[in-house]
Design a protein around this ligand. Structure first.
Ligand code: MG
Length: 253
């Protein structure tokens, strides 16, 4: 984690804009979740994402970001995150991680789900359940006066309790007028460290969990991150505001 954290505090008016952005994004991802079918390519999923974003009157946050070519990151099975949409065909029993970001009234929103296609093996269902639940455990700690690493620690503890592995090389982040703001939010670490959480902070919390070993590699396309051992991985993400009443999931469906 970087030493100097410059965490931008959002005003209630800015949070309201981010709430609206989150609701638009939640509808887009919900539509994507319902549309996934065997036989689609990851490029088909990206094309549908672009259509839904355009129809919603918002701007894709990822397209062109540091040269990324898609509106969605689409990562299948052993791919962890940052999958470039292309010719890979989705098969029955696959899991597909879809990560989408939008810009609405100058604010970013970011969410990701790993979606089972058809019937998946029990071990894969466990991976999805543990990853989704670990995100919720982290969100539950995103409260005023907790410390940042309380979020990280809760995520790691839950995942490792279930015998799965936490990816270390990629982390969550602050979000607002920029896609990636301080602080970095690792999905691991000891509790009670880092900055004190305050009302008006907004975080994209995003555990990435592997069924095998935790190590990852970047494929030759320069973007797609996959597990080194080729075993499946899952990724769930929400944009979350810290409010006086506790954490608020802005991208909740
Ligand atoms: Mg993110």
């Amino acid at each position: 984690m970087k030493k100097e954290q410059r965490i931008v505090i959002k005003t209630p008016e800015e949070i309201q804009v981010m709430r609206e952005a989150g609701q638009i994004l939640a509808r887009i991802i919900e539509e994507l979740k319902c549309s996934l079918k065997p036989g689609m390519t990851t490029a088909d999923i990206d094309a549908l994402t672009e259509k839904l974003i355009t129809e919603s009157g918002v701007v894709p946050a990822f397209k062109g970001y540091r040269g990324f070519p898609g509106c969605a990151c689409v990562s299948v099975n052993e791919e962890v995150v940052h999958g470039i949409p292309g010719s890979r065909v989705i098969k029955d029993g696959d899991i597909v991680s879809i990560d989408v970001g939008i810009i609405y009234k100058d604010f970013y929103s970011d969410t990701a789900y790993t979606i089972p296609v058809g019937k998946v093996a029990p071990k894969i269902q466990k991976l999805l359940d543990v990853t989704r639940n670990s995100l919720q455990r982290g969100i539950d700690k995103a409260c005023v006066n907790n410390k940042l690493s309380d979020v990280s620690h809760a995520i790691q503890k839950y995942i490792e309790k279930h015998g799965l592995a936490v990816v270390r090389e990629f982390v969550g982040h602050g979000i607002g007028r920029n896609l990636h703001e301080d602080p970095e939010i690792p999905n691991f670490g000891p509790p009670h460290k880092g900055p004190v959480l305050k009302e008006g902070m907004v975080f994209a919390i995003e555990p990435m969990v592997n069924t095998g070993r935790r190590e990852t590699k970047i494929l030759d396309d320069g973007w797609t991150v996959a597990t080194q051992d080729g075993k499946p991985s899952a990724h769930f993400e929400h944009t979350v505001a810290i409010t006086a009443n506790g954490p608020e999931i802005l991208t909740k469906c």
